[in-house]
Write a protein that binds this ligand. Sequence first.
Ligand code: NVA
Length: 383
Amino acid sequence: MSTLERVSTAEQAPVEATRVNSWNGWDPLRHVIVGRATGTVVQAPEPAVRRDFPEDGFPLGTWGPMPEEMTAEANEQLDSFARLLSSRGIRVDRPTPLDFTQRVSTPDWEQESMFGCMPPRDVLLTVGNEILEATMSYRSRWFEYLAYRPVLQSLFESDPDMRWEAAPKPRLTDESYVPGFWDTYNTLGLGEQLDKVAANDLVLTEKEPLFDAADVARFGKDLFVQLSLVTNRQGYEWLRRHFPEHRVHAITFTNTHPLHIDATWVPLRPGLVLHNGERLATPELVKYFEVNDWEVVEAVQPASWKHQMRLSFCTPWLSVNLLNLDPNTLCVEAEEVRLADQLVGLGFDVVPVPFRAVAPFGGGLHCATVDIERDGVLEDYFP
Ligand code: NVA
């Protein structure tokens, strides 16, 4: 019996058929998750991350819910973005927030708070008909997948071909973190920090595989995994073995605080990648793109960030955190006018989306979404 037949009874509400399918960031978008700001907290300190916002009421060691007015404004922009996508015929699902102020624990540790469910891109990786829950590396984000379980359960019930996977849940004991990392790292000069980034000698040890989904850029058969503050070599190695049909590359950039690839190396359409010129790619990566006839375009400088830096751990380079609706259409933050002009010059239609208020909740238009379905099939763009 097909899924549709099974649910079409008087007792059960019909489940709309869905299809999980997305191989890259540019094919025509049909179905997406959009995050929510509701309940987000400035998380309590932990080995992997320490929030320190003395000017904005959260000096190091303090934690608690984001201010109500900021959460409301971010939710307005997220809801309005979700409506915009729906009005274009794109199906939108939303996560279910938990009480993120609650203390969480495993047999190995206790953490005073969780975080939120705004950047879904950090937690879930869609590759073809598979949605993979990332390990994450912050204790405050260990349980974040729970906010997406209602959507994932419903996709699993309505798409008989969906593969629902979860990477091994990490232990995240103290052995997963370099002791005293932040105290020493912050005293190093730029050159020393960049040497450590290039060697991926950062806060995470190699005790176990760790990765955030947002460190993976999808280009069809090629997956590029940024080694970062939240993704270690074992995390890359796990992904490489998990996707044996793909070429999975470990890459780094000259970014002192690497955290998620989607404000650094951004696929726009086959043959065109947008590059954040303040974070240089290795010569090997540039060559790999060039010999395969890809154009690497440097993005213009971001517009100023103004008040949205309040309680934000993102940089102004969220400007390039774009969402493709199809290979010719890009959602761009509404104040990024210079970038919009650059993209129009490259042949794109630009959809301006007010999204500044979402930045302190962990990202831009790409971070705030996860692909469920795009048209298209697995293709090799680097033959
Ligand atoms: N951590 C990145 C944002 C990633 C989308 C940055 O601040 O540039």
